[in-house]
Design a protein around this ligand. Structure first.
Ligand code: ZN
Length: 366
């Protein structure tokens, strides 16, 4: 019986973002504290897997570094040179809040390589499906600039690699990070062979991206599905989005491989988002995507970790994602589940979805 692959490397936790508060580094009026994108959110995922022994249900796979040619499928050589220079010099900013520390360049190549390792393991049927605990994250990184703690776009590189290496013609990238996956959208805006669906909180980061009216261009028109949801959307609103938008579109697209940009920052405790998903909500979303993968592509599914800034809650949300992928229970209760009904469906959420449907009806039978 094949297991779920789990790709991680100790050096993922060694990428340094410096001291700060929330999303900015210290200086000015900010006393030194821990920057939001710090290793603990992800390290504690691994710790919980070890402590609960759920790690034994997974097949740990060591990532290989991405080679420069692979990263250049999605990034300008001049940008990668700059990233390396900053990294070699001990750090800097490769764009807008794209923090580089010592050795970050090498770690970023290993992070992208983690996504490629996951794709290979799934495509070569060595595992049932796979999850890469990639850090630094990737989905905000554009062709020649980093943004939002992202330096190279792991998932976009993975999709391009899968397309080239395995000759795939229809790849789905589903991005449930609370922020819009602008870098991934840019990478495939003119392509019909990658369907990009981003479900995100309206009007947070980045500015002026992720609006529902943007649906791609040229050959890619109709293959970008932006779903903006109002702050306060929780478990029911997300599942309603799967029912009304995501599942009908994916059923029509019939992907050959599904990639998830798994940001755990729509959780109810995230300091950088205002959504209300519980760990159970992440379980349910993953189970829905897994069912789509089983229906359309022999279960071929890869998750890549993106954001998620609650050091307390990201581990539990990610554990539930892994449970759903593996089809096994850890026996770990969510200690933050206070037993009341979280995130009911409100009228403003239904209205937001209706607006998306109105736009996407032009391209899909909805
Ligand atoms: Zn995010």
């Amino acid at each position: 019986m094949k297991k779920t692959g789990f790709i991680w490397d100790e050096s993922y936790f060694w990428h340094q973002t410096g001291q700060g508060a929330l999303n900015i580094n210290s200086g000015g009026w900010i006393q030194a504290d821990t920057h939001a994108e710090n290793p603990e959110t992800k390290r504690r995922v691994k710790n919980l897997l070890d402590r609960s022994k759920f790690i034994k249900e997974l097949q740990q796979i060591e990532p290989r570094p991405a080679i420069r040619k692979e990263v250049e499928m999605n990034h300008a050589p001049v940008y990668l040179d700059r990233l390396k220079q900053l990294s070699d010099a001990g750090g800097g900013d490769a764009g807008e809040h794209a923090i580089v520390g010592p050795d970050t360049y090498e770690i970023a190549l290993l992070s992208a390589g983690g996504a490629l390792t996951a794709v290979d393991a799934v495509m070569q049927e060595k595992v049932k499906n796979a999850y890469a605990l990639t850090r630094p994250p990737g989905h905000h990184a554009e062709y020649e600039i980093g943004a939002g703690f992202c330096l190279v776009n792991n998932i976009a590189i993975a999709a391009k690699y899968a397309r080239e290496t395995y000759g795939l013609k229809r790849i789905l990238i589903l991005d449930w990070d609370v922020h819009h996956g602008n870098g991934t959208e840019s990478a495939f805006r003119s392509d019909s062979d990658v369907l990009f669906i981003s479900i995100h909180q309206e009007n947070i980061f980045p500015k002026n991206r992720g609006q529902i009216i943007y649906t791609g261009e040229g050959d890619g028109e109709g293959y970008t599905v932006n779903i903006e949801l109002p702050a306060g959307t929780g478990n029911e609103g997300y599942l309603y989005t799967f029912d009304k938008v995501i599942e009908p579109i994916v059923d029509q697209y019939q992907p050959e491989l599904i990639l998830i940009s798994a940001g755990q920052d729509p959780s109810r405790f995230d300091p950088l988002g205002r959504m209300l998903l519980t760990a159970e909500g992440f379980y349910n979303m993953t189970a829905r995507v897994k069912a789509l993968a089983e229906k359309h592509c022999n279960g071929r599914l890869v998750g890549c970790h993106e954001g998620g800034y609650s050091t307390a809650y990201v581990p539990f949300c990610t554990l539930r994602v892994l449970e759903a992928l593996a089809g096994k229970q850890s026996g770990v209760d969510d200690p933050f589940d206070q037993g009341y009904h979280e995130g009911p469906l409100y009228q403003n959420q239904v209205e937001a979805i209706n607006k998306v449907l109105k736009i996407q009806k032009k391209y899909w039978d909805l």
